[in-house]
Design a protein around this ligand. Structure first.
Ligand code: AMP
Length: 225
């Protein structure tokens, strides 16, 4: 790729952003930055940030912008993020997007592309209710679409597979409300800035990834001109 790839994955919970990010991370030497993963690590380690964030997360609401922006700013300043990144779960509000834009501008950088992975609400609910995550390292599975070899056990480290608190049905319903109200305005935000690409997330993971690779190769060609 001719220029650095500063990529954002946008879409409702359960759209498959994490699955696609895993593949992108394997194919491009880019750090994968998930604010949800960072927050969960903070909750587990019982840091001050984790304690402040937990209540919002358990309810399926958003953690306040100032906490998130400070956390993202620190992460994006690290050495491995200087040649590009894949962001998942950030930004989630217009205020966060504005803060990110400003942060990048001070470094002479910009967002290369925002991939909107689109999936309707009914499909989100179906997907999330089957999602399981390993207690030790957060490896992801799905009881129907991506089952482990042995039910309830992580293939990679043998630890127990659990349903995340915020994947419980009543919490998922709230996460969708929050997504439509607070995060979906980012679709227009990035479309107006000419960096949005839409990907149909209802297809299988291979098809979705094929589409993403096609979008990225178009970008690199444009950059090469
Ligand atoms: P995720 O794994 O991305 O779905 O994030 C899990 C939870 O962490 C969300 O439901 C929010 O409570 C919180 N969270 C993650 N990223 C953000 C963000 N950018 N802004 C506010 N809250 C966030």
């Amino acid at each position: 790729m001719a220029t650095q790839l500063n990529l954002i994955l946008l879409g409702p919970p359960g759209a498959g952003k994490g699955t696609q990010a895993d593949r992108l991370r394997d194919d491009f030497a880019l750090p994968f930055i998930s604010t949800g993963d960072m927050l969960r690590a903070n909750v587990k380690a019982q840091t001050q940030l984790g304690q402040a964030a937990k209540g919002y997360m358990d309810a399926g609401g958003l953690v306040p912008d100032d906490l998130i922006v400070a956390m993202a700013r620190e992460r994006l300043a690290e050495a491995d993020a200087q040649d590009g990144f894949i962001l998942d779960g950030f930004p989630r509000t217009v205020a966060q997007a504005d803060a990110l834009q400003a942060m990048l501008a001070t470094m002479g950088r910009r967002i290369t592309v925002v991939l909107l992975i689109d999936v309707p609400d009914e499909e989100v609910v179906k997907r999330i209710s089957g999602r399981r995550v390993c207690a030790a390292h957060g490896h992801n599975y799905h009881v129907d679409f991506d089952p482990p070899k042995v039910a309830g056990i992580c293939d990679q480290d043998g630890s127990e597979l659990i349903l995340r608190d915020d994947d419980k049905p009543e919490v998922v319903a709230n996460r969708l409300v929050v997504y439509h109200k607070q995060t979906s305005p980012l679709i227009d935000y990035y479309d107006q800035r000419g960096v949005l690409s839409r990907v149909d997330g209802t297809r299988g993971p291979d098809d979705v990834y094929g589409h993403i690779r096609a979008v990225l190769s178009t970008l690199s060609r444009e950059d090469d001109v």
